[in-house]
Design a protein around this ligand. Structure first.
Ligand code: ADP
Length: 482
């Protein structure tokens, strides 16, 4: 496969000639070298995206949709190959990689159809001889900066709607997982998407980001990543008032009320906590469990957690693969040590997993911690690892107060069988995505995005198109009367 940058339909190395390695997190083995691009490479990609813009906008939404459907079909046709590649560079279990390719393709398909429905409006005016026309037009050249935890889906969520709306895009994937991005670039060419509509550059994140936000040609940047980097990008976007969508960190509470179906709650907890080794921005980070059922819930959870198989993502039956890099494991370790030092009890796991020879030391055992408190790091910091900390609460009001006590507002979960409570708590949680008796709310039809320091903008559903569209109003005078 290709391992270079895609600019204007050409596969090219970095202008500086520099390269950087891509490693398998499960073994530390180097699997490829990719270009280490910088601001000049970014500028070339922006120019290519600009050159392609006119032709792409002039196509009808139906023509663009056909090409996008072809891209989605190719992704599904090559699902296995793409999944193997993803597991290799990212580490997640192969079954999850397969799932992600399907999920990623769904965003392309969905956007292809939504692009056909960018309707305008005619609004009655206050003057008899005037009409007010509202047009929805593509914003122009767009860019995205994406993370390593979902190497394909975080790109297609942005690329699909951008292209469907008639925008062109420069994609900067995460340095840990550029190969999945490059593979998508290859498929975009095979699907017949014209040169320059999709451009991919790997390399120096800061230099590329700076060019994307200082170059006035780029009208929109969509970013998924940490809150810290999101804030930096927002400050830089002030230069040209570049439009932004920011999908940032999270610190999801997971509330189990004493009227919940406990088996369903455990199943939901497993889905949201241990998927992708706990490295998703919507992972449950704090479990709040009501007094009366605390012990029963913990007992059931432990039973399932102890059955999780740790290992290389490509090995059959593995549920928990390696974390992405050393810093990730160190952060998880530091949170667990801090919790222990401040009085929490480790009920399962609690340290790295020592696997067979040949594997890296980036594996962390699925961990359950009893009795986390306000002062612990794990109560504030995103964990991004397979650690489930639990604490008790007594009343609904207390649960809501604890749940909302966070700078983040991305996702929250709760389990109850009381319909009134379900509505009350859903309304009371200050989070953009609520899993009410559901541990897996992400889906293409729904608006995904956060509140507070989890960012703004929505991806998915009919809402996503507005991220890539300008609203223009034409005041049409002189209509007169016959
Ligand atoms: P994580 O800590 O999970 O890697 P980051 O927010 O650091 O999350 O990374 C998400 C994406 O942002 C990656 O593509 C990364 O290369 C990019 N990135 C990191 N720092 C910067 C920066 N200063 N400017 C632009 N992009 C950045």
């Amino acid at each position: 496969m290709q391992t270079r940058n895609l600019i204007g339909g050409q596969w090219v190395g970095a202008l500086s000639g520099r390269e950087e390695p891509v490693n398998d997190p499960a073994t530390d083995e180097q699997i490829a070298m990719v270009p280490h691009g910088g601001s000049l490479d970014a500028r070339a990609a922006i120019e290519a995206a600009y050159d392609a813009l006119g032709g792409w906008q002039q196509r009808t939404a139906n023509e663009r949709a056909k090409l996008l459907h072809r891209l989605a079909a190719l992704m599904l046709e090559r699902q296995e190959r793409l999944a193997v590649l993803m597991t290799r560079e990212q580490g997640k279990p192969l079954a999850e990689s397969r799932g992600e390719i399907g999920y990623a393709a769904s965003f392309i398909e969905w956007a292809a159809e939504e692009g056909k429905r960018l309707y305008g409006e005619i609004i009655p005016a206050s003057h008899a001889d005037k009409r007010i026309l509202v047009l929805r037009q593509p914003v122009g050249v767009t860019a995205c900066i994406t993370p390593w935890n979902f190497p394909a889906a975080m790109i297609t969520r942005k690329l699909g709607p951008a292209l469907a709306a008639g925008c062109t895009m420069v994609v900067k994937p995460a340095p840990q997982t550029p190969l999945s991005a490059i593979a998508l670039g290859e498929l975009s060419i095979e699907a017949g998407i014209p040169a320059g509509v999709v451009n991919i550059i790997t390399g120096d994140a800061e230099a590329i980001g700076d060019e994307l936000l200082s170059n006035p040609v780029v009208r929109k940047l969509s970013f998924t990543g940490s809150t810290g980097v999101g804030k930096l990008l927002m400050a830089k976007a002030a230069q040209n008032l570049t439009r932004l969508s920011l999908e940032l960190g999270g610190h999801a509470p997971f509330i189990v009320f004493d009227d919940a179906d406990l088996d369903a709650a455990v199943q939901g907890a497993m889905a949201t906590k241990f998927r992708n080794m706990g490295q998703t921005c919507i992972c449950a980070n704090r479990f709040l469990v009501q007094d009366r059922i605390y012990d029963a819930f913990v007992g059931k959870l432990l039973e399932v957690v102890k059955g999780l198989k740790v290992g290389r993502g490509s090995d059959a039956g593995v549920h928990v693969g390696p974390l992405i890099n050393d810093a990730a494991v160190q952060k998880v370790e530091a949170q667990v040590e801090d919790a222990k030092a401040k009085g929490a009890r480790v009920l399962a796991g609690g340290c790295r997993w020592a696997g067979p020879a040949g594997l890296s030391n980036r594996f962390f055992q699925p961990t359950v911690i009893d009795g986390f408190t306000d002062d612990m790091l794990i109560n504030r910091q995103e964990t991004f690892g397979p650690v489930a900390p639990l604490r008790r609460f007594t009343t609904e009001g207390e649960a809501l107060r604890l749940a909302n006590d966070s700078i983040y507002g991305l996702s929250a979960y709760f389990y109850t069988r009381d319909a009134g409570r379900l509505m009350r708590v859903a309304e009371g949680l200050e989070y953009g995505i609520i899993g009410a008796n559901d541990g897996g709310p992400s889906t293409v039809q729904a608006p995904f995005g956060g509140m507070k320091q989890s960012g703004f903008g929505r991806e998915g559903g009919k809402y996503v198109m507005s991220e890539y569209v300008e609203i223009k109003y034409v005041s049409w005078g002189g209509v007169g009367s016959a």
